[in-house]
Design a protein. Structure first.
Length: 318
């Protein structure tokens, strides 16, 4: 791994020399070092006098095929003057690394941990600004648009793909005891979600972050910033709201405070119905991610089974 990081750092040094970026003071000190890695991206911190930047380099080939860095670059350019995201300076998809990359502003702040009322209200105002500032007449205008009528595909996003099939994890001890209940509940959820009519009338869509979780929310005394926009798209705003609730583990009280401030206390039933329909989907697949795909929790078939059956009990009416 060190060889990869050394190669990438040497590439970046040559890139900065060659491109002569106007945001860099070439008379000052320029230092590049490895910063972090996650979700198919290596991060490298570039310090230039008092200014700091992050070079974000793919390391999964499929991320290049999905053009996520180009998407992120385009979205961050749209958001440049809204003070809710890092500034973006550069995108490159043709280089000796054969990996797409961006260079963005390094944001000084802490990952959202302790969620107090002030943070919740600030998050509500930030998302409201995002969703109201950019609207679209069809979903998925970023990338190409789908025709109306709108189809909320959040179930399909989480359910489809070989990595989402529980049978493919047969190496986990005791997995056989959760396969049947997992698939049974998954099929019930499919029937419930695909027979809903609450999404049929959707014809206004917002720019959505689409990957809201604690790791992608930075906070300090003055502001909240949203980072990592590779999943951004146009969609109904309700999908973003519940992703935030799930990704930041909001309590019911925190959800209520957020909704009151986001909707200025004028929330209607259709908004709530859509939010809680998305909730049922994300709550179910979070169990799978926690134990199987993302391993947020230590693997234990009995514990996963308990959570699955509890989910089924609490949602028996769908």
């Amino acid at each position: 791994m060190n060889n990869i990081h050394n190669r990438n750092i040497n590439f970046l040094k040559e890139l900065f020399k060659k491109e002569r970026f106007n945001f860099i003071d070439y008379k000052g000190n320029l230092e590049i070092k490895y910063f972090n890695s996650g979700w198919g991206t290596h991060l490298y911190l570039t310090t230039n006098n008092s200014n700091k930047y992050l070079a974000r380099i793919n390391f999964y080939p499929w991320k290049n095929e999905w053009w996520v860095k180009k998407l992120e670059y385009d979205v961050l350019k749209l958001l440049e003057w809204y003070n809710i995201s890092p500034k973006v300076y550069y995108f490159n998809d043709n280089n000796s690394l054969k990996q797409d990359l961006t260079i963005v502003e390094y944001i000084e702040g802490e990952v959202l941990k302790n969620i107090d009322n002030k943070s919740i209200i600030s998050l509500a105002n930030t998302l409201k600004k995002l969703h109201n500032s950019f609207t679209f007449t069809t979903s998925w205008d970023l990338p190409p648009s789908n025709k109306l009528p709108y189809k909320c595909d959040i179930y399909d996003i989480f359910a489809n793909g070989d990595d989402k099939k529980i049978e493919n994890y047969s190496d986990l001890v005791g997995i056989e005891k959760v396969i049947e209940p997992y698939n049974r509940i998954k099929n019930k959820l499919w029937d419930y979600f695909h027979n809903l009519t609450i999404f049929d009338s959707c014809n206004n869509f917002s720019l959505c972050h689409a990957d809201l979780k604690k790791e992608n929310v930075l906070i300090n005394d003055k502001w909240i910033m949203l980072i990592d926009w590779e999943c951004a798209t146009s969609d109904i705003h309700e999908t973003d709201i519940w992703r935030l609730f799930a990704g930041c583990s909001f309590t019911e009280k925190q959800q209520k405070l957020f909704l009151e401030n986001y909707y200025d206390k004028n929330i209607n039933n259709i908004n709530l119905d859509r939010i809680y329909a998305v909730k049922k989907v994300l709550d179910f697949f979070k169990i799978f991610e926690d134990y199987v795909s993302l391993k947020r929790k230590e693997w234990c078939a009995d514990n996963m089974l308990i959570e699955l059956l509890e989910y089924e009990k609490n949602n028996y009416n769908f």
